[in-house]
Design a protein around this ligand. Structure first.
Ligand SMILES: [Zn+2]
Length: 92
């Protein structure tokens, strides 16, 4: 049984920040695994305070699904992972 810490959260943030819509800008408070954070939209810069649960599922699956209240975008709407449109050897 392992528990993530704020430090782990920082690592998770670094790992997932590219291509996500809403991302964690900073942690406001944390009680055990429940935390309150300020999220920031990658598209329009809108900031929104919200709660979260500090585990890998939340970071991998929940945060990318968050919809920005300002511009309505999620990571899935226009996110194109780098390297998947053309293969490295493709001639375009
Ligand atoms: Zn937005």
């Amino acid at each position: 049984m392992s528990f993530l810490t704020i430090g782990d959260l920082g690592l998770a943030y670094c790992h997932f920040k590219e291509g996500e819509s809403m991302k964690i800008k900073r942690i406001i408070s944390q009680h055990r695994r429940d935390f309150t954070a300020m999220y920031e939209c990658e598209h329009c810069g809108h900031e929104d305070q919200g709660s979260g649960y500090d585990d890998s599922h939340f970071h991998k699956n929940v945060i990318p699904q968050m919809k920005c209240k300002e511009c309505g975008k999620t990571a899935g709407d226009d996110y194109r992972p780098l390297g998947t449109k053309y293969s490295a050897s493709a001639v375009v």
